[in-house]
Design a protein around this ligand. Structure first.
Ligand code: FAD
Length: 623
């Protein structure tokens, strides 16, 4: 049967990528369908109930700056909020929140259900309709055919999903969900490069069987940070602590004695796992000299007894899992309510994608999320938003847009994927970005909201709040420039008390804030020197922009220089062997990767600055 309605965009999969993709397309006015296995699992967190962290928090803020849902949902569903790296510079500060997974999911579902232009349909997608290299729609498990201009695939870990617990293994998309086998088979018929990856999750523990008194409590920050630029502390539900405990020699002995029963070490699992999020058996092997590993004991929610022991992801057999858990301080009598497991799944080489996340071989077909070799809700959400938005832009007949590396971590993520590909599950770190000082969590809105508004992603309420913030920032910056402290100023003694050496000539508040020993809050806390404005975000922004002005300007200069080459286009069918001086290896790498720009070419591993110069000279000669 053919469904009567034609859609502009169909998004397949209601995980983190699918949610943002569907919402973005719908916000841009596209008639959008979200087709997913199960409406009850929309917004489900497959693994640990937490959002953000180093690098990932930046992505969440960027999604929010472009009008997405993730930050709003975690503000409503977060039960412990922290600012990581709070003692370090603003570039690497990151927000992280423990989530009540039920509240998080409920908020995502509310946002989806209230989005104009968006319909949801529960059914598995088993096939794609492709005619002459153009996607035309999808076919569901019961044979229902939906037609669309564009399709965004966001099917996560479900393609050919195989779950492993010890030597037992069975098909599944994640625990409790079916895999996508028919769709995986269909995609393997298309000309994409496909491979296998794996990820894992720890056993879940019943809190009623845990002795918290022997663990270290870790409360959230006060005041609680918010994720969304539109968020308020009053959005947060009740806050509760996490706990910390450790593995010990006994735990490590149990693991060593049973390594032969690990599907990974016995060679049953072929997919490569996340290096930065290893299983406990991996940690024991790779860091054999360590006598303990930290475990964050994280509540799964306010109304749940389940705990997530972060740090002991495993695919060892259940009896070994039980021994591991009960060897740990505080878990001696623990009951496991869900076994840990590993999952292997298909992913597609993201080098077969354009920067817009449209596939290079099938027009109108976009991939986003774990299907592109990434891991993490935030990485998935950011890609989803860009894919949904670019699907919409294509329909509107407009140029695709993806933020550049100097504009957003989302740009770094997509450029890394599309240019370099990945051999292991890719997660975001601040170290992946070369312009960290500019790509801060706190300025994600300044970097992206205006563009989001132009694209149709940002609603009136956010736009008004953003403009108000800009106004307050401008007023505060002017006030700091215009307020002078001189020897007869009533606050001179208090100001001098903050300085290493007393003022010898007059100085503006702006000058003073740039001094290393001066803190904005201490200075503006002096009576008569504070701002009347109540917009904390705006004041914080002025503080950072003033304090780091020199560094920021230097980084901007570097970007401007780099940009001159970054966007020089390389012809599509370029024959690299024509460029004299390029080694065979470089020619092979460039021919394989087919970069769109000189900037992309320069980031391919093994492509030296000398090779880039040869390319530039050749292109210049060609005119
Ligand atoms: P998912 O969240 O997996 O969503 C996919 C959606 O597509 C689901 O709703 C599914 O029902 C639907 N779907 C699939 N196939 C079809 C179909 N054919 N038709 C219709 N609907 C379909 N991330 C980390 O950052 N750290 C970790 O330690 C970590 N561990 C993990 C452990 C496990 C066991 C799993 C399963 C995941 C883990 N992750 C981890 C990854 C994280 O869950 C994913 O990166 C993230 O959920 C990916 O989002 P997504 O939107 O791409 O896919």
């Amino acid at each position: 049967m053919i469904y009567h309605e034609h859609f502009d965009v169909i998004v397949v999969g209601g995980g983190h990528a699918g949610t943002e993709a569907a919402l973005a397309a719908a916000r841009m006015g596209m008639n959008t369908l979200l087709l997913t296995h199960n409406m009850d699992t929309l917004g489900q967190m497959s693994c640990n109930p937490a959002i953000g962290g180093i690098g990932k928090g930046h992505l969440v803020k960027e999604i929010d700056a472009l009008g997405g849902a993730m930050a709003k949902a975690i503000d409503k569903g977060g039960i412990q909020f922290r600012t990581l790296n709070s003692s370090k510079g603003p570039a690497v500060r990151a927000t992280r929140a423990q989530a009540d997974r039920v509240l998080y999911k409920a908020e995502i579902q509310t946002i989806l259900q209230n989005q104009d232009n968006l319909k949801i349909f529960q059914q598995s997608c088993d096939d794609l309709i492709v005619e002459q290299d153009k996607v035309k729609g999808v076919v569901t498990q019961m044979g229902l055919r939906f037609s669309a201009h564009s399709v965004v695939l966001t099917v996560g870990t479900f393609l050919g999903g195989q779950i492993h617990i010890g030597m037992e293994n069975f098909k599944g998309g994640r625990a409790g969900d079916p895999p996508s086998i028919a769709l995986a088979d269909r995609l393997r018929e298309l000309p994409f490069r496909v491979d296998r990856l794996k990820t894992g999750t720890p056993p879940r523990i019943d809190a009623r069987t845990v002795d918290f008194s022997v663990m270290q409590a870790q409360p959230g920050d006060t005041p609680t940070p918010t994720f969304s630029f539109m968020g308020k502390q009053s959005d947060h539900p009740q806050q509760i602590p996490c706990y910390i405990t450790y593995t010990n020699e006994k735990t490590h002995d149990v693991i060593r004695e049973n390594l032969h029963r690990s599907p990974m070490y016995a060679g049953v699992i072929e997919g490569i796992g996340p290096r930065y999020c290893p299983s406990i058996e991996d940690k024991i092997v790779r860091f054999a000299d360590k006598d303990k590993h930290q475990i964050f004991v994280e509540p799964e929610g306010l109304t749940s007894y389940e705990l997530y022991p972060n740090g002991i992801s495993t695919s060892l057999p259940f009896d070994v899992q039980l021994h591991i858990v009960q060897s740990i301080k505080g878990f001696e009598n623990a009951h496991i309510c869900r076994p840990g497991y590993a999952i292997e799944y298909d992913f597609f080489d993201p080098r077969d994608l354009k920067q817009s996340l449209e596939t290079k071989f099938i027009n109108g077909l976009f991939f986003a999320g774990q299907i592109n070799g990434t891991t993490g809700y935030e990485e998935a959400g950011a890609q989803g938003l860009i894919a949904g938005m670019n699907a919409a832009l294509q329909i509107q007949g407009k140029d695709a847009w993806t933020p550049r590396r100097d504009q957003a971590y989302t740009g770094v993520l997509i450029d890394d994927l599309a240019t370099l590909g990945t051999k292991e599950p890719y997660r975001m770190f601040t170290s992946r970005a070369e312009y960290r000082l500019l790509l801060r969590e706190d300025n994600a809105d300044l970097r992206l909201t205006e563009k989001g508004r132009e694209l149709g992603l940002v609603d009136d309420e956010r736009w008004a709040a953003f403009n108000n913030k800009l106004e307050v920032m401008e007023q505060e910056a002017q006030r700091l420039k215009a307020t002078w402290i001189h020897k007869d100023h009533p606050a001179i003694d208090q100001v001098n008390a903050l300085l290493k050496t007393p003022l010898t000539r007059e100085a503006s508040l702006e000058d003073l804030i740039r001094r290393p020993e001066i803190n904005y809050h201490d200075l503006t806390g002096i009576e008569g020197l504070g701002s009347d404005a109540t917009n904390i975000q705006a004041l914080e922004q002025v503080e950072i922009q003033t304090k780091y002005a020199g560094y920021i300007a230097r980084q901007q200069d570097e970007i401007n220089k780099q940009l001159r080459h970054e966007e020089s286009l390389l012809p599509k069918e370029f024959d690299y062997s024509q460029v004299s001086g390029l080694s065979n290896e470089v020619v092979a790498k460039l021919t394989d990767a087919r970069p769109d720009t000189i900037g992309q070419a320069s980031r391919i591993s093994g492509i030296t600055p000398a090779a880039i110069s040869l390319l530039l000279v050749y292109l210049k000669k060609q005119g």
